[in-house]
Design a protein around this ligand. Structure first.
Ligand code: C2E
Ligand code: CA
Ligand code: CA
Ligand code: CA
Length: 275
């Protein structure tokens, strides 16, 4: 073949085989982890910007690997998505988050991340319904976080699912706002309850004019669409002040609290509710 034609061939390279083997081993390990109860949810607090009030928590999954210790989601969620294991893992996370939040004071919400690939599972709506009903969690306390990429593929399937979840009474948040490749027009096709501005814009707030311009635009979009605005990844007091000045409603980040295991989280809630 000529040089130019090369890209159309799938050239075999030894590392491909290694990659496939690695993925297969990880799949077995994830399956095992689910059966052995090696997954754990950490909870990061979300605050209203105007007061000391806690609005709720975001549930973030961790894998307690017997040899490797605590594994971060970015190191296993992609494989879980490729192998379809995200469906049972996601079901576990939803149920665990609802079960835990159900024993918290009723004004606290719980946010759970759903992968786009979970939207291809026909059983998703039933899974969500079961998680709230079997744990007795008021539906408006559960917030589903999805990324804009849900609008890049299978809109025909995701949109009715999102609408059905909303009809159940759940709140739907758009996560990592501003980082996807989709156009803004999806905002007109679905009424999101919350917009979570990606942390990359928050970290640029003091240094680059572009980030500030985007932050202002998001405040405008939020008020125009009647969606709560939340800024993620707030790490400094200066960022917090700027977000308050620009009119963001909620904040989340290391400055206010890192994701913590359930025990620490519930000790914190107890200290707030009966000081
Ligand atoms: P995300 O949903 O955007 O979650 C925010 C991530 O930023 C979390 O990382 C959180 O620990 C981290 N973070 C929070 N505050 C700060 C801060 O002030 N500074 C910095 N630098 N980082 C901060 P984590 O826990 O490693 O989760 C990474 C991603 O994994 C999540 O991003 C989410 O996309 C995914 N993920 C986590 N749990 C689940 C889950 O149960 N299901 C699914 N499908 N995905 C999950
Ligand atoms: Ca999230
Ligand atoms: Ca995010
Ligand atoms: Ca993210």
């Amino acid at each position: 073949a000529k040089e130019g034609g090369r890209s159309t061939f799938r050239i075999y390279r030894p590392e491909m085989r290694l990659e496939a083997e690695r993925r297969h081993e990880m799949k077995l390990a994830l399956h095992h982890a689910l059966e052995e109860g090696q997954f754990e949810l950490y909870y990061q607090p979300i605050y209203r910007i105007d007061g000391p009030d806690l609005a709720g928590f975001e549930a973030l999954i961790r894998w307690n690997h017997p040899e490797q210790g605590l594994v971060a989601p970015l190191d296993f969620i992609p494989v879980a998505e490729e192998t379809g294991l995200i469906v049972p893992i996601g079901e576990w996370a939803l149920n665990e988050a609802c079960r835990t939040a159900a024993r918290w004071p009723a004004h606290l919400r719980i946010a759970v991340n759903l992968s786009v690939s979970q939207f291809r599972d026909a059983g998703l709506l039933d899974t969500v319904r079961r998680a709230i009903e079997s744990n007795g969690l008021a539906p408006e306390r559960l917030e589903i976080e999805i990324t804009e990429s849900v609008f890049l593929t299978d809109v025909g399937q995701s949109l009715p699912l999102l609408r059905a979840m909303k009809a159940l009474g759940l709140r739907i948040a758009i996560d990592d706002f501003g980082t996807g490749y989709s156009s803004l027009s999806y905002l007109r096709s679905f009424a999101f309850d919350k917009i979570k501005l990606d942390q990359s814009f928050v970290s640029g707030i003091e240094t680059d004019a572009g980030s500030l311009a985007i932050i202002r635009a998001v405040v405008g979009i939020g008020s125009g669409f009647n969606a709560t605005t939340l800024a993620e990844g707030v790490e400094t007091e200066e960022q917090l002040q700027a977000l308050r000045r620009e009119g963001f409603a909620e904040v989340q980040g290391y400055l206010l609290g890192r994701p913590r295991p359930v025990g620490d989280t519930e000790a914190m809630i107890a200290a707030l509710t009966d000081p």
